[in-house]
Design a protein around this ligand. Structure first.
Ligand code: FAD
Length: 351
């Protein structure tokens, strides 16, 4: 789960945004009060903060934000039985199915990062996610056994999914009837990018938008300062800040193993599944944050890095020149690694 802080408005706006905290940093009342539009979508929270926008624009903006988010939800949710993705998942044939250009883009991005992470990030991991109780299905009452895990793994594999661009549109195709695509890991970034696009369409150039823990900001806050986003310490104590960054028009997302979990047979199970083992990850990397040109890209990489664990994630980040911040649990304390590319965004860091 991603946890970020930003500093756009008054202290009264302090609140939790799906683990992301919106903190205030204004010492005097600003001329521009700013505007915040927020609500629930996709099982999480969204928030749009803008500066320099007339309050009269609020109703139209709020309406368009909801339309964008509902369209994304209706397209890629695995929680909605009638979404485009759920219908594709139920389809047992191998004929190409029509999808939007946006959906084609996010699947292509996920497949590309999937390949670069050697399958650690795998959007066909759905049968395993559902088996372990982190999808729309109920949590299991007992730990899945080896046979159940092996059976689910038979239905997983990036090579079974193809996106084709044709003159008549974009098409999604599977060659395995049971293939089940789960875009939950990239969906927050996807929707965040669409909120940013909407801001641009409205002619708004100073905004901070987020869905769940995926965040993207551009320009400045109502106080005329750069928006700032904080990465939360991976502790049970909320609001503890690990680092603060200025995104400079980029997207940020964190994957963590310390918030979204449940306990089964005395073990804490993370919602991040290692496709190589078919089981929730157990290593010591507890949080992987990525800053990338888009929130979708950041949200795609962070899960892959989480699956890989500290050493492999660090090596891949260096090879791909990614802006990453990794937090590893060492007994009772945490250590961190920051890539050189991440340092360019860093404002401050906790000792
Ligand atoms: P991330 O770390 O970004 O991703 C973890 C998730 O990715 C896991 O939960 C799993 O689904 C998947 N995953 C696990 N391992 C891998 C892997 N190796 N490779 C790729 N993916 C993996 N939740 C609800 O409770 N109710 C809803 O109605 C609902 N609707 C949604 C609609 C949409 C369109 C989307 C995108 C999500 C929805 N969710 C819903 C899911 C919820 O918001 C998720 O918790 C969230 O999307 C996961 O994001 P994260 O940042 O917590 O975790």
């Amino acid at each position: 789960m991603p946890f970020h802080l930003s500093f756009p408005f008054s202290p009264r706006t302090l609140g939790l945004l799906a683990g992301a905290l919106m903190l205030a940093g204004c010492d005097s009342p600003p001329d521009d009060p700013g505007m915040v539009i927020e609500g629930k979508i996709m099982g999480t929270l969204y928030r749009v903060s803008v500066a320099g926008v007339d309050q009269a624009a609020r109703p139209a903006l709020a309406r368009d934000i909801l339309a964008v988010l509902n369209r994304d939800d209706q397209e890629i949710s695995t929680y909605k039985p009638d979404s485009v993705l759920s219908r594709f998942n139920r389809y047992q044939g191998s004929e190409p199915q029509p999808i939007s250009a946006d959906m084609a883009d996010v699947v292509v991005t996920a497949l590309r990062v999937g390949t670069l992470t050697q399958g650690a990030m795998d959007i066909t991991v759905g049968p395993l996610v559902n088996l372990w109780g982190f999808g729309p299905d109920k949590q299991p009452v007992a730990t899945p056994d080896a046979a159940q895990i092996a059976a689910a793994r038979q239905k997983v594999g990036l090579s079974h999914l193809t996106v084709t661009a044709r003159a008549d549109g974009q098409w999604l195709q599977k060659d395995l009837p049971g293939l089940y695509v789960d875009l939950s890991t990239v969906g927050e970034g996807y929707a965040t990018d669409h909120l940013a696009r909407l801001m641009e369409q409205h002619g708004i150039s100073n905004y901070l938008v987020s869905v769940g823990g995926a965040v993207l900001s551009r320009g400045h806050n109502p106080q005329g300062r750069p928006w700032q986003v904080a990465i939360q310490k991976p502790t049970d104590r909320e609001n503890a800040v690990q680092a603060i960054v200025d995104l400079q028009g980029h997207g940020i997302s964190t994957s963590g193993s310390y918030r979204n979990y449940y306990e089964l047979d005395g073990k804490r199970l993370s919602h991040v599944i290692d496709p190589a083992t078919g089981r929730p990850i157990t290593h010591k990397l507890v949080s992987a944050t990525v800053i990338a040109p888009t929130a979708t890209l950041a949200d795609t990489w962070d899960t892959g890095l989480m699956v890989l664990g500290t050493a492999k994630a660090r090596a891949l980040a260096e090879q791909q020149q990614l802006a990453v911040y990794l937090i590893t649990r060492e007994g009772d304390h945490f250590t961190h690694y920051m890539s050189p590319q991440f340092k360019a965004f860093l404002v401050s860091e906790a000792k």
